[in-house]
Design a binder for this molecule. Sequence first.
Ligand code: NDP
Length: 480
Amino acid sequence: MSRLTTTAGAPVADNQNSETAGLRGPLLMQDYQLLEKLAHQNRERIPERTVHAKGWGAFGTFTVTHDITRHTRASIFGAVGKTTPMLARFSTVAGEAGAADHERDVRGFALKFYTDEGNWDLVGNNSPVFFIRDPLKFPDFIHTQKRHPRSNLRSNTAMWDFWSLVPESLHQVTILMSDRGLPQDPTRMNGYGSHTYSLWNAKGERVWVKFHFKTQQGHAHFTNAEGNAMIARSREGYQEALFGGIEAGRFPRWTLKIQIMSEAEAQQTAFDPFDLTKVWPHADFPLHEVGYFELNRNADNYFAQIEQAAFSPSNKVPGIGFSPDKMLQARVFSYADAHRYRLGTHYEALPVNQPRCPVHHYHKDGAMNFVGPQTGAVDAYYEPNSVGGVTQDPSVAEPALPVSGATGRHAHAQQIDDYAQPRALHDKVLNAEQRARLYANTAASMAGVPQQIIDRALAHYDTISPAYGAGIRAALAAAN
Ligand code: NDP
């Protein structure tokens, strides 16, 4: 049998009794095994994510089923039948790491594809849109989702004060308060890249894209009452479903589809295609199937492989690019920065984050740098050099993003109608029963909110659709 050792590898003689002077003590300073165990325990926690702290994940495989090489040179899409290993982490947004799983909230849908030209992270949500379109508002918005500084309680008033002052949010709020705001488990929901991204091909031609991951398990949701009953039974229902399902050999799948928009079309849409509060209507921009992913392996260690998984939109690969979406541009900074804070400078070198392809860079030293130089030559610790260090590859240069107009703090370019798309969802997509639940969920979330804030929100709902405003009013009256 293997021997228990200290972290320095020395065998441990007794792991049951601390070392004392005499039969009863006191303890001895020289009992390093005791000191080490206590010191390690004090350091078991790392900062939890400010958002998306509670998560569930698993490993799997992405498989290409349809050829999109005319649009992208990304190696992951290189051939029909090609497979790429991947990792998924789902999450709630607002709750802390110990929060209950079955809370009404947007779900994070973060994917890391270990491609042979580097890691591609698509850090999406189970919603095609978001509450805001400009990252200057992001910290303020998140403050309204988190705890009040004095009461240390979540505040419906803060949420509705913000939402009713920022009507662009009501499209996402409608989805949040609809059935889709409380999926039964992570496998019963779609994922969306949400942002507009770009694909570019070997000739340097670009198209704009939206990524959609359609659940093959079918949508399934809980009402608030059913969610509360689940929480009363277990606060870990999502982990039980995802981890337990994979342990039992049930491997969930999602189909990847993309919407495609040419650069010329992007000049002509009635909505701003780079506005994260808007979808691209399916009728105008149909979905094209690309492939699917399957989750089929649980992590061996949750902390090492799921908590320390670091997803960032900054991780893109040749053939896939950004867009002018302001929210995406800001996330390129803030996600990587969150991981530097949470995990340290060399978070990308942790086994779960490590690319499966060779990694060569000139970043030097820093805490926990255990991999040493990765420059291809021992004397090459700067660049340019003439000692055989790795060099840039101009063949993977991305075509420049188009830019128009003067530098400044601009509102979005096209005329903004923040009411048309939630109107389409309410009036055309949801049936009467779904609308009734939407009204009830919205009214329930307004509990304790001052009347003038509710009235401000209701005025926006009346503009979306008179029936929507009336439905919430009736639900509020029924609740009181
Ligand atoms: P479509 O009728 O073609 O699409 C409606 C889509 O709504 C469905 O395909 C489905 O998306 C989604 N949906 C169905 N039930 C719900 C629900 N309870 N909550 C949220 N979404 C639901 O119309 P359009 O493309 O013109 O879109 C109309 C409205 O539908 C949009 O304004 C938007 O609010 C919503 N929507 C649109 C999406 C898009 O990418 N066009 C995606 C999701 C919602 P899915 O197939 O992705 O499950």
